[in-house]
Design a binder for this molecule. Structure first.
Ligand code: SF4
Length: 315
């Protein structure tokens, strides 16, 4: 696979701009979560589309769309990252998390399902943990029905992570933030109830929280049973789109022990809440959710709190 450019720090995260076999450029990422060594947890982020047609308000990966990689072009990205570190494809990490989340909405590319079926035989990775995160676009029922079958066949008992990005309980704001037709809360909840089986990880409801985006536990409790759904709250990462849309983060990404009223209220309502702040350095590298190096490379006016690492072109 041809590497066009990269940015990062081998001890935190590396972002690669690579060319797939059809000649398209995509980005993929590998990262660790200090202080955990790579042997404990290694995270790969893979692109499932060339661009993204969804256009979430805070995401630099949206804004253009040039089609979908094939199964092989998705696997090429994983092979590339794996072969750099474990060329015999024996991956002894306690957790190898593969997130289909760098660029693209996975449920709009059925080839993602073929990749999920292939992974267990392609790598010897006892810690394999695929993670599918979706905004649940309309008309994706067939994808999700098959995903459930694949999870049941290959990834039972906590070996799969399923996440739905909701971002707010205010329906109008959710429509503004994720500007496509999508499943309502009732449909997400119904699917989640079918998806979850005893021993599985709870289904994650993601909130990349911007100021002014309500998260009302009363609304969540109408649909999402705290026994099967958990809440993950992340800061709104520094992106060009967030700046354009004048969005600011509710969570302070550099103050790990700050207390937030929303989190307390959710916990009081019975939800498990994960506040996932991660490494600030990842914002500077441009490896965090919603960030996309090629958007940065084409920017006239750089943002200050993200993408500060030099992007090195490959010879
Ligand atoms: S957040 Fe995901 S679905 Fe939304 S525009 Fe970015 S890549 Fe697409």
């Amino acid at each position: 696979m041809k590497v066009h450019a990269s940015a990062g720090n081998e001890n935190i995260a590396m972002v690669y701009i690579v060319e797939t076999s059809s000649g398209h450029l995509v980005e993929c990422v590998e990262s660790v979560q200090p202080p955990l060594p790579r042997e404990k947890k290694w995270v790969l982020l893979i692109s499932t589309m060339f661009g993204c047609p969804i256009g979430c308000l805070m995401c630099d990966a949206g804004g253009y769309y040039h089609g979908k990689p094939t199964k092989d072009e998705i696997l090429e990205q994983i092979d590339f990252l794996v072969d750099k570190r474990f060329p015999d494809r024996n991956i002894p990490c306690e957790q190898l998390k593969i997130q289909f989340a760098r660029m693209g909405e996975p449920s709009l590319n059925p080839q993602v399902l073929d990749v999920l079926q292939k992974l267990p035989e392609r790598y010897h990775a006892p810690g394999l943990l695929p993670s599918v995160s979706t905004v649940a676009p309309a008309h994706t029922e067939r994808f999700f029905d098959r995903l459930l079958e694949i999870k049941q066949q290959f990834y039972r008992q906590g070996h799969f992570q399923f996440q739905v990005s909701i971002h707010t309980t205010d329906i109008k704001l959710r429509d503004r933030f994720i500007p496509v037709n999508k499943w309502g809360f009732a449909q997400i909840a119904e699917y989640g109830e079918r998806f979850y089986a005893m021993g599985d990880r709870k289904i994650t409801l993601n909130f990349a929280l911007a100021q002014g985006m309500p998260v009302d536990p009363a609304v969540l409790l109408q649909f999402f049973n705290p026994e099967r759904f958990l809440i993950k709250i992340t800061p709104l990462n520094p992106t060009y789109r967030a700046r354009e849309n004048e969005l600011t983060s509710y969570i302070n990404p550099v103050s790990g022990d700050q207390k937030y009223e929303i989190i307390q209220t959710l916990q009081d309502s019975g939800y498990q809440v994960i506040l996932s702040i991660g490494e600030t350095e990842e914002n500077y590298i441009g490896s965090n959710c919603g960030q996309y190096l090629r958007r940065h490379l084409s920017a006239d006016e750089p943002i200050e709190d993200g993408y500060t690492y030099q992007v090195k072109e490959s010879p």
